[in-house]
Ligand binder design. Structure first.
Ligand code: VTB
Ligand code: MG
Ligand code: MG
Length: 334
């Protein structure tokens, strides 16, 4: 992939974040998502590439989306697969909570697992525990193995997870082991990346979250030298066995079969992200542990973006000031 694409994709997440930010705290997550999707699509279409969306988000909660199979870019140049989440944390954006980001991963054709929009159990660690995690084992055993690999007592291990009822038992179990648990409301992509950041005290990320978010995370975790396992889980397994969830779960299992992936099977990092030739970009919308949020004074907005180029493992943080009245009309009006 041309290295210039790293900068191009940083523009794409910047503009999505700026569009989402307009809806910050207004209680309407679909409006925020819709604006970010539209901005992302407009900007993607200015990039000279033959791009195709292979992972999008939106089906689970029927949000607006960049749909799977959608062609983006100018239609000239390299063939590139793209996984997007225009707002990772629509609820956080709508409710003015921390850690919402706009995110995208792009790679050479065939880089990413094609999985339906369903839930995924995920375990993510940084470079220090690479090769140690295994979702075939229980969470407790994984925590013990990671602590050993990092030469840390269990008491100083930090696991980040989502504060969802489905994790109550796991959170209890971990706290009883002596682990420190950071339970954030939403946003497991940013949480996963924290495991690989030298200036973060997070050692492990465990949760059942979205599969598209899982694949996006896999791309950046590979680029950062960390490790990840995933397992597709059906709706009834993730959310309880109500008749509706069982019905939805059956459809998901069927879609898995069509797409050639198996629910319940442990997916290794390489199964989800098979190439180093990737670019990852994330821009903060609300302030967070990974990225600063957007700040706006009058007509000037500032953004912070994390851009990772897998091939060289170059990690950039780009601070930008945007003069909003100078933006192209098609972006300005989003
Ligand atoms: C997951 C997680 C995301 O939303 O998709 C979650 O991967 C949705 O969980 O990071 P519920 O269906 O239980 O609400 C996020 O936390 C934010 O998009
Ligand atoms: Mg989203
Ligand atoms: Mg999301």
């Amino acid at each position: 992939m041309k290295r210039e694409l790293a900068i191009e994709f940083s523009r794409v997440t910047e503009v999505a974040a700026l569009a989402g930010y307009k809806w910050l705290g207004r209680g309407d997550k679909n409006a925020a998502d819709g604006a970010a999707v539209e901005a992302m699509r407009t900007m993607l279409n200015k990039v000279s590439m033959n791009g195709e969306i292979v992972i999008g988000e939106g089906e689970i909660d029927e949000a607006p989306m960049l749909y799977i199979g959608e062609k983006v870019g100018t239609g000239t140049g390299e063939h590139i697969d793209i996984a997007v989440d225009p707002i990772e944390g629509t609820r956080m954006t709508a409710m003015g909570q921390n850690n919402a980001i706009a995110v995208l991963a792009a790679g050479e054709k065939g880089s990413f697992l094609k999985a339906p929009d369903m839930y995924m159990e995920k375990l993510v660690c940084g470079p220090g525990a690479r090769g140690v995690i295994d979702l075939n084992l229980g969470l407790k055993e994984n925590i013990q193995n990671v602590a050993r690999a990092l030469h840390k007592p269990i008491e100083s291990l930090v696991v980040i997870t989502l504060a969802k009822p489905r994790h109550d038992a796991a959170i209890n179990m971990m706290q009883n082991m002596g682990v420190r648990v950071f339970a954030i409301p939403d946003g497991d992509v940013a949480a996963s990346i924290l495991t690989c950041m030298p200036d973060s005290d997070v050692d492990l990320m465990y949760c059942v979250g979205g599969a598209p978010e899982g694949v996006v995370s896999a791309a950046v975790i590979r680029a950062l030298g960390g490790d990840m396992h995933g397992r597709l889980v059906t709706r009834d397994q993730a959310k309880g066995e109500t008749p509706e969830n069982i019905e939805a779960g059956k459809l998901e299992a069927e879609r898995c079969r069509e797409m050639g992936v198996e629910p319940g099977k442990v997916l290794k990092l390489n199964d989800m992200a098979s190439s180093d030739n990737v670019v990852f970009s994330a821009t903060g919308i609300t302030k967070g542990d990974l990225l600063q949020g957007i700040m706006r004074k009058g007509n000037i907005a500032t953004t912070e973006t994390l851009v990772v180029r897998g091939k060289s493992r170059t990690i950039r943080r780009i601070q930008s000031s945007h003069y909003l009245d100078r933006k192209d009309d098609d972006i300005k009006n989003i």
